[in-house]
Design a binder for this molecule. Structure first.
Ligand SMILES: NC(=O)c1ccc[n+]([C@@H]2O[C@H](COP(=O)([O-])OP(=O)(O)OC[C@H]3O[C@@H](n4cnc5c(N)ncnc54)[C@H](OP(=O)(O)O)[C@@H]3O)[C@@H](O)[C@H]2O)c1
Length: 246
């Protein structure tokens, strides 16, 4: 009998993480799900109570790695660590609190969780470490400075962890998921977002990318084209563009 695979998803209480958890549960995985809000986690647990374990994790607090370990213990191991927690806001008024809070979750919290997962895999013969960054990390976005910069940070951090893993021959696989606009609570600001994707479909694409061990997955194909052109825009043009949603 094939061994049941074990995944931990942090940020599974809504949006993309929630949908990924649903797919992995339906595929027979054992899944550890975590976030701050428990109602949606309990909903997921009800689907397969024997295979789904829950844990409170706030990535911005120092006890998050211990809580992650507790979740891994409940699952009796972890093959895939998937980090879906993140926040993001448009902040054209450049309110410092908004910028700093974004960095605390998307940088400090991100480091806290990815280092915990990396160090777990280091002593457990490798594993798969996957995160959701965004296409927003491609270049600095004037309407969302902290969001775009923190997403670029995440891209670079995973590049660095991959090199470190190879230097130390740890056998860890990495996937950096970069979606375009997805209809989740993150974009719940009454603005119009073009090329909006459904989280259910995005989660399907993400699971495929994980199954194919994709290193970087821009989702979907329209955004792959967009990012390709976006990267070619020279700075002297980029700095004068007005990119905003209404
Ligand atoms: N929606 C988009 O257009 C889009 C595009 C590209 C990338 N992304 C990225 O995709 C990821 C998932 O976002 P989403 O769109 O699915 O939004 P979402 O529905 O708001 O989900 C965000 C998840 O992150 C969790 N989270 C937030 N702060 C946390 C904290 N301090 N500790 C633990 N968990 C925390 C939330 O759970 P709790 O609040 O219950 O803790 C929730 O489960 C984010 O990294 C986001 O940047 C989204």
């Amino acid at each position: 009998m094939p061994q049941i695979k074990k995944a931990v998803i942090v940020g599974a209480s809504s949006g993309i993480g929630y949908e990924i958890a649903k797919i992995l549960i339906s595929k027979g995985w054992s899944v550890g799900i975590a976030a701050r809000r428990s109602d949606k986690l309990d909903e997921l647990k009800a689907i397969a109570p024997d295979r789904v374990k829950t844990e409170f994790i706030d990535v911005t607090t120092a006890d998050a790695p211990a809580n992650l370990q507790s979740l891994i213990d409940k699952l009796c191991g972890m093959d895939l660590f998937f980090l879906s927690s993140g926040i993001g806001f448009q902040n054209s008024d450049l309110k410092p609190d908004v910028e700093l809070n974004t960095a605390i979750t998307n940088v400090e919290g991100f480091i806290r969780m990815t280092t915990a997962a990396f160090n777990y895999f280091k002593v457990h013969n490798g594993g798969h470490l996957a995160i959701i960054s965004s296409i927003a990390g491609t270049k600095g976005l004037g309407v969302a400075p902290a969001y775009s910069a923190t997403k670029r940070f995440q891209n670079t951090y995973i590049d660095a962890l991959e090199q470190l893993s190879n230097m130390q021959k740890l056998g860890i696989r990495f996937t950096d998921i970069r979606p375009g606009f997805v209809q989740t609570n993150l974009l719940n600001d009454n603005k119009h977002y073009p090329l909006l994707m459904l989280p259910e479909k995005v989660a399907q694409d993400i699971v495929k990318a994980l199954e194919h061990n994709k290193r970087i997955a821009v989702i979907d194909w329209r955004y792959r084209l967009l990012v390709w052109g976006w990267k070619l825009i020279p700075r002297f043009i980029w700095k004068n563009l007005s990119i905003k949603t209404s």
